[in-house]
Design a protein around this ligand. Structure first.
Ligand code: T4K
Length: 397
């Protein structure tokens, strides 16, 4: 790192980047490939409902993930709702408080109540002991969440769910392509759900998929997703209308082909951050936890404001002035979000680790649109911010 830029934007200097550098993977295939895929869709005159690209993507994902059944859906939130419905859950679903609000909203939309538990302070993943502490008679399932390109010990959760006698499913929106010692994410519990939103490493612009090895569950899920007018494989109460179009499948197929390259780019950028951030007091880079292979989809740091000199929120403001769009995922913790904050069912439970991480976590840019030079520049800015912390604090007053 050169460290010789004249000044920080917050102190009157020029922003380090001319255009905002966003968080998120934001992969774009080359225009030629994109154009060809869409010419083919136009030639076939087929937009939706189990088209050839849709079928090819489901097949390739089964191969890639080693799952018996893969169902494409419009997004992961709908996929999670469908799983809750297909499992015929009642009452409550036990899940971590430290996750994106969509995890809990999927449960609410399925007519159930989320019951939150705290996470492990170091790994950020669900705390197995907390599951045991929070379990009650109304809990009909556990939802594990595999966060940040890491994992929540899915094999241990499987054993625990068997002991507790409830089904287990996973929100794996962050974990496409990741592996734990016991196998690939996608093959654990009753079902796992991935997100293919534009900010994820497997990108359909918008979309997702459900994986399951359970034949009956797969049949019910196919009936819930259906194409209107098509015969449902088995009778079900509700349909979700959660199809993925040919246009989305086309982008996802290119993204799947380029997954190894995009993952390798993420890892290279992660290693750069790792090397440079060692020099910055008060910034801890969070390692993807409990996996043997990560997609490095997120670059998460914890800010120790006493050592760094600024709080996480002050840092976000300073980075924004430099055109670095960092995020404070997840804020403020699901137990503090409407509609769950006033919920008497929280029953006075405390979530100290979630509360702490919601104050100190920051997501920095990583992904297909981020270059090594950009990472060096961002780390250089962080060094300078730390070096001018007092001056910045005075300016932000
Ligand atoms: N479970 C978990 C654990 C999740 O994290 C998520 C989603 C879900 C379930 C549900 O999955 P989906 O139902 O969405 O499939 C994003 C994504 O919308 C969301 O998918 C994701 N998690 C969540 C953590 O992040 P935002 O609101 O922060 O993203 P957004 O749209 O503001 O984009 C981030 C940055 O990228 C901005 O600076 C703008 C920029 N951007 C974004 C898009 C989409 C671009 O420059 N171009 C683009 O095309 O939610």
């Amino acid at each position: 790192m050169k460290g010789n830029r004249p000044n920080l934007a917050i102190l009157g200097g020029t922003p380090a980047f001319d255009v905002p550098i966003p968080v998120g993977q934001l992969y774009f295939p080359s225009w030629d490939r994109y154009e060809q895929a869409f010419r083919d869709i136009f030639k076939r005159e087929y937009y939706n409902n189990n088209g050839p690209l849709h079928e090819r993507l489901e097949y390739q994902l089964c191969q890639f993930l080693g799952a018996k059944h893969v169902l494409l859906v419009s997004n992961a939130t709908l996929g999670l709702m469908m799983v809750a419905d297909a499992l015929e859950l009642t009452g409550k679903v036990l899940m971590p408080a430290f996750t994106f609000i969509a995890s809990a909203q999927s449960v609410s939309w399925a007519g159930l109540n989320p019951l939150f538990c705290d996470i492990d302070r170091d790994t950020h993943q669900i705390d197995v002991n907390e599951i045991l502490n929070r379990m009650d008679d109304e809990v009909s399932a556990v939802m594990g969440v595999n966060l940040w390109g890491g994992a929540c010990q899915p094999k241990i959760l499987e054993e625990l769910a068997t002991t507790l006698g409830v089904p287990l499913y996973f929100d794996s929106a962050h974990a496409f392509g990741c592996m734990v010692e016991e196998g690939k994410i996608g093959g654990f519990g009753q079902a796992e759900v991935f997100s293919f939103h534009a900010t994820k490493i497997l990108n359909a612009t918008e979309g997702g998929c459900i994986c399951t090895n359970d034949d009956d569950l797969a049949l019910r899920l196919r009936s819930i997703r259906p194409s209107y007018g098509a015969a449902a494989p088995v009778p079900i109460v509700r349909v979700a209308n959660a199809r993925m179009s040919e246009a989305q499948a086309a982008v996802a197929l290119m993204s799947l082909e380029d997954f190894p390259e995009n993952r390798a780019n993420n890892e290279k950028l992660y290693r750069l951050y790792e090397r440079y951030l060692r020099e910055v007091p008060g910034i801890r880079l969070v390692k993807p936890a409990q996996v043997v292979f990560s997609n490095y989809q997120y670059l998460i740091c914890e800010i120790d404001s006493r050592q760094f000199g600024l709080s996480r929120d002050q840092l976000l403001e300073v980075l924004k002035a430099e055109n670095v769009i960092a995020r404070r995922y997840f804020y403020p913790g699901l137990h503090r979000c409407i509609p769950y904050a006033d919920d008497a069912r929280l029953g006075g439970a405390k979530f100290p680790h979630t509360d702490e991480l919601c104050q100190v976590c920051v997501q920095l840019p990583i992904g297909a649109r981020v270059s090594e030079t950009s990472v060096e520049k961002i780390c250089d800015i962080l060094v300078r911010i730390h070096g001018h912390a007092q001056e910045i604090r005075d300016r932000l007053k």
